[in-house]
Ligand binder design. Structure first.
Ligand code: SAH
Length: 243
């Protein structure tokens, strides 16, 4: 049977690659992915065939993987973090309908939300909502509705894709919507370059976060009503009594 592994490689360097993902990468012949992520792997697997496409060419990237697998090559499609969380797993199944002879095996990875949470302390101990601020594939009105709904329900909110050059004010817009339902001293956190060189984090109130300039290598955390700062870390209580 011909098959493609759709592999989440975690947020950064090898220490966050799962054992299962490492094994697939060792055993496959071809590695397909977005140029920046594939570059992270080239030094570790110099004998593999690497095929890349830039951002926004996801459909072409998927077809490339299916063509390799159809030729009989053991193929891995890699994504950062988890392959099924804003990754390539869904599109691979959709395009896979044209390649019924190829089986897909999804290999999960550590997503930015959990890796960044470990840097901040324990911000995701209770119910949380993950929302991407990218409006490339989702209309902004829908993103606004989800932000408002999550804020109304007092979820901890984790934001992916908080900004880019064309969307410099999206975090500010998101914070202003959330500020209608959460107080300006809600404990928030930012983590940049999780698991990579230059990893940094900051804990700050929501009222200040709206003025922060962030980039696309940042994951943002907005606490719930109970979230607090303890010893310089961001902690959301789980609800144990007497603490
Ligand atoms: N599949 C990925 C998410 C891709 S969306 C995953 O599961 O993690 C891309 C967004 O994820 C970025 O804009 C950023 O918000 C977040 N992200 C991914 N890797 C990151 C890292 N190393 N450091 C900080 N944020 C990261």
């Amino acid at each position: 049977m011909k098959r493609i592994y759709v592999v989440g490689i975690g947020p950064g360097d090898r220490k966050y690659l799962t054992g299962a993902a490492a094994r697939v990468l060792e055993e496959c012949q071809v590695i397909v992915g977005y140029t920046a992520y594939v570059d992270l792997l080239k030094a570790d697997y110099p004998e593999k065939i690497f095929l890349t496409t830039p951002m926004k060419q996801e459909t072409e990237r998927c077809r490339m993987a299916f063509e390799e697998a159809a030729k009989g090559m053991e193929t891995a499609m890699v994504c950062s973090g988890d392959s099924g969380i804003y990754g390539m797993a869904g599109l691979m199944y959709q395009i896979g309908q044209e390649y019924p002879e190829v089986d897909l095996i999804i290999v999960p990875g550590i997503t930015a939300a959990s890796a960044g949470a470990a840097v901040l302390g324990a911000p995701l101990m209770h119910d949380f909502a993950v929302i991407s601020l990218s409006d490339l594939l989702t209309p902004w009105e829908k993103i606004e509705k989800r932000l408002i709904a999550a804020a109304m329900a007092d979820f901890v909110i984790c934001l992916y894709n908080p900004s880019s050059r064309k969307r410099a004010d999206y975090l500010e817009r998101a914070c202003d919507l959330i500020l209608q339902y959460k107080s300006s001293d809600t404990v928030c956190g930012l983590v940049r370059n999780i698991g990579r060189m230059g990893e940094t984090y900051e804990i700050l109130p929501l009222g200040e976060m709206r003025n922060k300039k962030v980039d696309m290598f940042t994951t943002v955390y907005i606490g719930n009503r109970e979230t607090r700062e303890i010893g310089g870390k961001m902690i959301t209580p789980r609800g144990y009594r007497n603490v």
